[in-house]
Design a protein around this ligand. Structure first.
Ligand code: 8GT
Ligand code: MN
Length: 451
């Protein structure tokens, strides 16, 4: 039997550190009605009214507002893979998680991948309440190392982790951290810039000859160089844009604006191709009140012909958004080849555009530049793309690991395949994605396995 409950059940359970009886949280409202209303928040406004036939084709439905409590009970709190565990947005150990995250960031900017991963893992493993009394349980987890355990102990005693505090005070950590906040600057580039003697973002601006707030808007020429995406010049260009717009791009985006950006983009898209639909993925979908960017996954509602209809749409849409004054820059545009054999720079072979969006002068909104990622997927891989772009990063990592190590399958945003015979799966719903991978469905708001 299913027990469909309201998100409040989850919030209260998280607060009390255990799953509560769900009797008083059962959603008694008319489910059918509720489901169709919820859908509207994630698809373009022009596609609200669906014909009966369309409504029946179940692959479009997304019922992810309500939570099935019986399913949550099937999840394993101490499992190694975060795709087997429920990870709520805010956990009772948030201050501990933040402290460990400082060390994780330190490892990341120094390029110490393996060490960084063990801190990421430790972070994802701490959603339940940890006290001095149950630290023994934590010690039983074979995948938490001695060093991190003693840090947790130190935190429980003193409310601080010495190594994290040292790191925060380290000028090198401060410079590298600041540098990596700029779009296009990863740990490697940050260290290279530091070695050149650069220390502050102001110095970076001078080095790149960038004026804050001013960026030449000729970057649309990148559109034509699309195939050569991720060349040195393109990376350089995106650093330039990231630096020039850093004061805008560092401001977070509230949920209402995320939704409005999605509606606006889908309205523009409907002028090019009717019958598309979208899901806002990323942190928004995991329930974050504020996002750093907007990730929109788009497909066509026609299961059979959709694949043809989305082909080449990404570029057309970006061009139109630019003409209409909504997109000022394109940092990256890719996926116009069916398969990226080397798979070096990107995780999947979907058509996508990483853009800078801004409200037009005629809009009542403030003109703050926003990072918006547009991802196009054929219907057969729409839900794998949505799962792949919903995150969190640790959740995705474990999903790929789980598929490979436990199921002999390969998961990425552009599809699921079986390794031994390359059989491809075409899930029609998000639940199908989990089913194919042999996993209990995990509600998006329970995929917050990062800090
Ligand atoms: P935020 O935007 O508020 O910071 O939070 P977020 O939405 O969780 O982070 P994000 O950096 O926007 O990433 C969203 C998800 O997309 C992450 O889970 C990440 O794993 C995934 N993702 C990328 N880049 C790429 C990519 O190139 N391909 C695929 N398939 N997934 C990606 O960030
Ligand atoms: Mn995002």
């Amino acid at each position: 039997m299913k027990a469909i409950v309201t998100p409040q059940w989850l919030q209260d359970s998280v607060k009390s550190g255990r799953l509560l009886p769900y009797g008083s949280y059962v959603a008694i409202r008319d489910l059918e009605d509720e489901t169709s209303r919820n859908q509207d928040t994630s698809s373009g406004s022009s596609f609200y009214s669906r014909s009966g036939a369309e409504r029946e084709s179940s692959w479009q439905t997304e019922q992810d507002e309500l939570i099935d409590a019986t399913e949550v009970e099937l999840l394993l709190h101490n499992a190694k893979y975060s795709c087997l565990r429920p990870s709520p947005l805010v956990c009772p150990n948030q201050s501990l998680v933040k402290e460990i995250d400082i060390i994780r960031r330190g490892r990341n900017i120094e390029g110490e991948e393996r060490s960084m991963l063990s801190y990421s893992r430790a972070i994802s493993l701490t959603p339940h309440v940890i006290t001095e009394h149950n630290i023994q349980d934590l010690r039983k987890l074979p995948f938490l190392g001695e060093k991190i355990l003693s840090m947790i102990e130190e935190f429980l005693k003193t409310g601080r982790i010495t190594e994290a505090q040292k790191m925060l005070a380290d000028p090198r950590f401060q410079s590298l951290s600041a540098f990596t906040t700029i779009h296009g600057i990863g740990p490697h580039t940050a260290r290279r810039l530091y070695d050149l003697g650069l220390r502050t973002l102001e110095e970076l601006e001078r080095y790149y000859e960038v004026k804050p707030g001013v960026s030449d808007e000729e970057t649309m020429s990148l559109l034509d160089a699309a195939a050569s995406a991720n060349t040195e010049a393109a990376v350089e260009q995106s650093i330039n844009i990231g630096l020039a717009l850093r004061h805008d791009l560092s401001q977070t985006i509230p949920r209402e604006e995320v939704e409005e950006i999605n509606r606006t983009i889908m309205r523009e898209l409907s002028h090019i191709q009717k019958g598309c639909k979208s899901v806002i993925a990323g942190g928004y979908r995991r329930g974050k009140p504020q996002s750093n960017d907007v990730d929109i996954v788009i497909t066509h509602t026609d299961w059979n012909l959709g694949s043809q209809k989305v082909k080449g749409l990404c570029k057309k849409l970006v061009q139109r958004l630019h003409e209409q004054g909504f997109v000022t820059h394109v940092m990256h545009l890719s996926g116009f080849h069916k398969h990226n054999a080397l798979r070096t720079h990107h995780w999947d072979s979907l058509e996508k555009a990483l853009t800078v969006f801004v409200w037009r002068h005629d809009s009542s909104r403030r003109r703050v530049h926003r990072r918006v990622d547009l991802i196009f997927a054929a219907p057969e891989v729409f839900w794998t793309a949505v799962v792949g772009w919903t995150g969190s990063t640790m959740f995705e990592r474990d999903l790929r690991l789980w598929a490979k190590q436990q199921k002999g399958m390969k998961f990425d945003s552009s599809g699921i395949s079986r390794r031994h015979d390359s059989k491809l799966y075409h899930p029609r719903t998000e639940r199908d994605v989990f089913k194919v991978l042999g996993l209990v469905y995990i509600h998006p708001t329970l995929r917050n396995a990062d800090a």
